[in-house]
Write a protein that binds this ligand. Structure first.
Ligand code: RFL
Ligand code: PHB
Length: 395
C-alpha cells in the first residue's frame, strides 16, 4: 500500500472534477484526480453541447477558453417548432446581450485534461475500486487501486465529482441524504451526423409523434435527437426510421430540413430529474451529476456542474487563504438554490415540448396553448430566454 498526502482528493474526471482541480491549482492548492475510465474514453464521450454565458466567462477567466473561443459556435437565439411553424427566441435581445456557445462537453474535457497534464499535476486514469473514508474527521481518506497497486491518500477534503453512477453519493450517511426524483416516460435517441448543420440555431420541435431536437457540434457535424420510448433499443431504430421520423417531426411550412449524412454515432439517454439533499457531509462534498440530474431539454446539466464547482472552489480557496469555513458550511444550501431553479426550468421545458402518450385530448390542447403563449408573447419568450442563457451569479 502506498500512502500519500494531498489537500483535495477529487473522484471523477468529468467537467466537474477537472474544473475543480484546475481552479484549485490556479490558487496553489494541491489535488489528485482519480478517474475510472481511460483518457481516450472521457475525451470521446459525447454529451452536452450548450454552454451558458456564465460557463463561457468562467472558462475564459480560468485561462482554458482559447480553443472554445476559436472553435465554439456562439448563438444568439433558439427556435421552437410546432404546427409546422418556427418561432425564434432571441436570447440576446431578451436578456441584455447574453448568449450561449455550442461547444461539445468532450472538447471542454480535452482542454482541461491538457491544462492539467501540461502542468504535470496528478490525474490518474483507469483507477479501480475507489473508496472514501473518515470524512467525518479532519483527515479524510481516499483509497483506490491503480495499475495493480493499492493507494491511500490522506486529504483535507474530498470532492465527489463522480457522476450519477459514482460511489461518493452512496457514501453519505442515510441521515444526510434525501432524494427527490422524477423518471420520465420517454428517452432521447441521439445521433451524430456527418453533414453541415442546415440551420445556424438549435431547433426544439414538439410534434404529435414526439419531441425532436436539431443541434450541432461543428460546421461539419449535425447533432439530432428524437424522443423514443424509455425501454427502447437501438435495434428498433434503423437509419431509415430515424430519417423518416426526423422528416415528420422537423417538417416546416417554409420547407426547412436538416441535411442528411452518414450517422457516425447513435445512443439512447434516459430522462430523469434528481436531486440529493444535502450535498455534503463532514469533509465530503458532492458536485455535478453526483448530486443532481436534469433532463437535457434545458441544456443545463454541465452548466450546473460548473456552477457547483464555482462555489466549491471559492469556498476551498477562502478556507486555505484565511481559515474561513463559512463558504464550506453553506456550500450545499448555496448550490441548491441554483440547482432547483434549473430543475424547474428543465422539467418545464421537458413537459411543454414532449408528447405524453397518456395525455387526454384536453391535456394535449392545454400543452399546445402553453407552448403557443410562451413562443409568441414577449413575456413568455423572456422567461425562456433568461433561464436558457442562465441567470447571472449574484454572489
Ligand atoms: P460526469 O461527466 O458524468 O463525470 C463523472 C466522471 O466520474 C467518473 N467516475 C468515476 N471515477 C472514479 N471512480 C468511480 N467510482 C467513478 N464513477 C464514475 C466517470 O467515468 C466520469 O468521467 O459528471 P460531471 O462532471 O458532474 O458533469 C456533468 C455532465 O456530464 C452532465 O450534466 C451533462 O453532460 C448533461 N447534458 C447537458 N448538459 C448541459 O449543460 N448542456 C447540454 O446541452 C447537455 N446535453 C447532457 C446533454 C447529457 C446527455 N447525456 C448523455 C446524459 C445531452 C445528453 C445526451
Ligand atoms: C446537444 O447539442 O447535445 C444538446 C443541445 C441542447 C440540448 C440538449 C443537448 O437542450
Amino acid at each position: 500500500m502506498r500512502t500519500l498526502k494531498t489537500q483535495v482528493g477529487i473522484v471523477g474526471a468529468g467537467p466537474a472534477g477537472l474544473l475543480l482541480a484546475h481552479l484549485l491549482r490556479l490558487e496553489g492548492i494541491d489535488a489528485v484526480v482519480l478517474e475510472a475510465k481511460s483518457r481516450q474514453y472521457v475525451e470521446e464521450r459525447i454529451r452536452a453541447g450548450v454552454l451558458e454565458q456564465g460557463t463561457i466567462d468562467l472558462l475564459n477567466e480560468a485561462g482554458v477558453g482559447q480553443r472554445m473561443m476559436a472553435q465554439g459556435l456562439p448563438h444568439t437565439g433558439i427556435e421552437l417548432l410546432f404546427d409546422r411553424q418556427r418561432h425564434r427566441i432571441d436570447l440576446s435581445e431578451l436578456t441584455g446581450g447574453r448568449q450561449i456557445m455550442v461547444y461539445g462537453q468532450h472538447e471542454v474535457v480535452k482542454d482541461l485534461i491538457h491544462a492539467r497534464l501540461a502542468a504535470s499535476a496528478p490525474l490518474l486514469f483507469g483507477v479501480e475500486d475507489v473508496r472514501v473514508a473518515d470524512f467525518g474527521s479532519s483527515a479524510p481518506k481516499l483509497l483506490a487501486r491503480h495499475e495493480g497497486e493499492e493507494f491511500e491518500w490522506t486529504c483535507d477534503f474530498i470532492a465527489g465529482c463522480d457522476g450519477f453512477h459514482g460511489v461518493c453519493r452512496d457514501a453519505l450517511p442515510d441521515s444526510a441524504r434525501t432524494v427527490f426524483e422524477r423518471v420520465y416516460p420517454f428517452a432521447w435517441l441521439g445521433i451524430l451526423v456527418k453533414a453541415p448543420p442546415a440551420s445556424d440555431e438549435l431547433i426544439y420541435a414538439s410534434h404529435e409523434n414526439g419531441f425532436a431536437l436539431f443541434s450541432m457540434r461543428s460546421p461539419e457535424i449535425t447533432r439530432l435527437y428524437l424522443q423514443c420510448s424509455p425501454d427502447d433499443d437501438l435495434a428498433n431504430w434503423p437509419n431509415e426510421r430515424i430519417w423518416s421520423e426526423l422528416d415528420s417531426r422537423l417538417a416546416t411550412d417554409d420547407g426547412w430540413q436538416p441535411n442528411v449524412g452518414e450517422i457516425i454515432q447513435k445512443g439512447i439517454t434516459p430522462m430523469r430529474s434528481f436531486v440529493c439533499e444535502t450535498m455534503q457531509s463532514g469533509r465530503l462534498f458532492l458536485a455535478g451529476d453526483a448530486a443532481h440530474i436534469v433532463p437535457p431539454t434545458g441544456a443545463k446539466g454541465m452548466n450546473l456542474a460548473v456552477s457547483d464547482i464555482r462555489y466549491l472552489s471559492r469556498a476551498l480557496t477562502s478556507y486555505y487563504r484565511t481559515g474561513d469555513e463559512t463558504g464550506l458550511l453553506h456550500y450545499s444550501t448555496t448550490c441548491l438554490k441554483r440547482i432547483w431553479r434549473a430543475e424547474h426550468f428543465s422539467w418545464w421545458m421537458t413537459s411543454m415540448l414532449h408528447r405524453f402518450f397518456d395525455h387526454s385530448p384536453f391535456e394535449q390542447r392545454i400543452q399546445r396553448a402553453e407552448l403557443n403563449y410562451f413562443s409568441t408573447s414577449r413575456a413568455g419568450r423572456t422567461a425562456i430566454a433568461e433561464n436558457y442563457v442562465g441567470l447571472p451569479w449574484t454572489d
